[in-house]
Design a protein around this ligand. Sequence first.
Ligand code: DGL
Length: 283
Amino acid sequence: MKEYSDKAAPIGVFDSGYGGLTILEQLRKELPGHDFIYLGDNARAPYGSRSFETVYHFTLEAVERLFDMGCRLVILACNTASAKALRTIQQHDLPQIDPSRRVLGVIRPTVEKVVSLSKTAHVGVFGTTGTIQSESYPMELHKLAPELVVTGQACPMWVPLVENMEANAPGADYFVKKYIDALLSADPLIDTIILGCTHYPLLMPKIRRFLPEGIRLVPQGEIVAASLRDYLRRHPEMEEGISKNGTCRFYTTESEAKFLEYGSMFLGEDIQVERIQLKGKGV
Ligand code: DGL
């Protein structure tokens, strides 16, 4: 077992790339005094089409790096990592690394919120191929509401559009419409759709444009932020271990310049970012 410092430290927020910024933004709104460290594995994004083993290894490397930076609590602000790596990390790795540290995901809080939203009891999920194939959403939703009809739609082109800064480009229209049409023709009774990938809120203006009226779109940021606040209220020992100077540090595994441009634009503030390397044993 590793010896980590007991000093109060920021909350770690991890995503394969830029998508987790949509979660981070809401976390900082909900907990403005808390410190955060954001790590985007942009060099190896997207994760969505990668195997279970690769997503698990990449995610574990990122979590360990955030622990090395002092974080005692890490949020996987990524559905693909939450679907494919979270359980193994929680059950297998954390007890060996340090049982007092915590890693939380985004799927469970989303599902808890969504079960009561649909009037037709027909729910759709947009996600990466990995998230949809994992069946995590239907499994978790059915634990709380077995009567729900859940239909998933993989959107493999959406994350590349975001990572390549093409989310608002006219060329994105085709792929946005394509996956909406596919989901709604698979189940025309859907009245609630989970945006089950943290990158997708960055495509929201286009998704809304092509979505028929009356269908509720559920992004995760606010839900995850409210759930984290509640978690910290119930776990004062974790809350006490978080440093509180209202700061946020950014790390990326890709070009600093690109992250800086995109991160500053998305968050609407100047940020500083440092490039780091993860070990790469999962490649
Ligand atoms: N933003 C992530 C998610 O929520 C991962 C996207 C990807 O890297 O494919 O699934």
